[in-house]
Design a protein around this ligand. Structure first.
Ligand code: HEC
Length: 98
């Protein structure tokens, strides 16, 4: 009975949106697929894309949508969980939405 309970719990999606992805799995994907273009636009390591005063993304929901749209646009070939991981990394690193 205990064991069944354990499996049921582990199959549930994470309770908070912010915890949905794994940041450290997202970082290498982001660095490979996304940084060059952002850096070209803003110089440096491209992180100003996310930290500039008039940046566009203001909710976790919008961040996830943006990551999904960008990955589709760039034919990254990412799975939904890749997108979640990248969104989680960007959130941990820059946006810090709850
Ligand atoms: C071909 C160039 C290019 C590539 C490749 C690219 N982006 Fe972008 N990205 C942009 C531009 C340009 C903007 C700014 C658009 C704006 O100001 O509305 C942007 C904006 C963003 C933003 C919003 C930043 C903010 O808060 O205003 C996020 C998040 C983002 N990109 C994520 C990604 C991710 C994730 C990838 C990789 C899958 C990616 N981008 C690949 C050009 C690119």
């Amino acid at each position: 009975m205990r064991l069944i309970h354990f499996f049921l719990l582990s199959a549930l999606p994470p309770l908070t949106a912010a915890a949905a992805g794994t940041p450290k799995l997202g970082q290498p994907l982001h660095d490979k697929q996304c940084v060059a273009c952002h850096a070209q636009k803003f110089g440096g390591d491209g992180s100003k894309m996310y930290t500039r005063a008039d940046h566009r993304i203001h909710t976790l929901q919008a961040l996830r949508q943006r990551v999904a749209a960008c990955s589709a646009q760039t034919n990254a070939g990412w799975f939904p969980e890749d997108e979640e991981n990248v969104a989680a990394w960007l959130n941990q690193q820059y946006y810090k939405f709850k």
